[in-house]
Design a protein. Structure first.
Length: 142
């Protein structure tokens, strides 16, 4: 249970950092995202995860890097003109792709709340990390 609380708290901290960077009050951000102000405060306090529609709006309206928000990967904002797979113009992504990806994040976050599943997911992630590190080292040597 402690890891779950820490994960929500970490996401909440990053969410607050983002909100402060765009210079919005919780009420202003809630209005722009179409959620209740109490939800913004609950996310920031680490009581709840941001919902998929909220994550989608954050990405579309502010180019917030959802990977950064959920797991501290990459930069806080996506770079302008960054091209996504299936996006030849680099300006938008098919709505279905975003929704599916965000739904997958949400599902994983919900699964991580089950301790046994969390252990299995983390073990797999650590194995992948070790494998990728080894592949990177092999490429550098070649």
């Amino acid at each position: 249970m402690q890891k779950i609380d820490n994960n929500k708290r970490d996401i909440g901290t990053r969410f607050r950092i983002f909100r402060e960077l765009i210079d919005c009050t919780p009420d202003q951000l809630a209005t722009e995202l179409g959620i209740e102000p109490v939800e913004v405060l609950d996310i920031e306090a680490g009581r709840i995860y941001p919902g998929v529609p909220c994550l989608d709006r954050l990405h579309r309206q502010y180019r917030l890097n959802v990977n950064w928000l959920l797991g501290r990967m990459g930069e806080i904002f996506e770079q302008p003109g960054k091209r996504e797979m299936g996006d030849p113009g680099g300006t938008s992504r098919p709505s279905g792709t975003v929704t599916v990806r965000l739904a997958q994040y949400r599902e994983l976050l919900e699964l991580m709340e089950i301790p046994l599943v969390e252990e299995a997911i983390m073990a797999t992630i650590l194995e992948l990390k070790a494998l990728l590190k080894k592949q990177t080292e092999n490429r550098k040597r070649a």
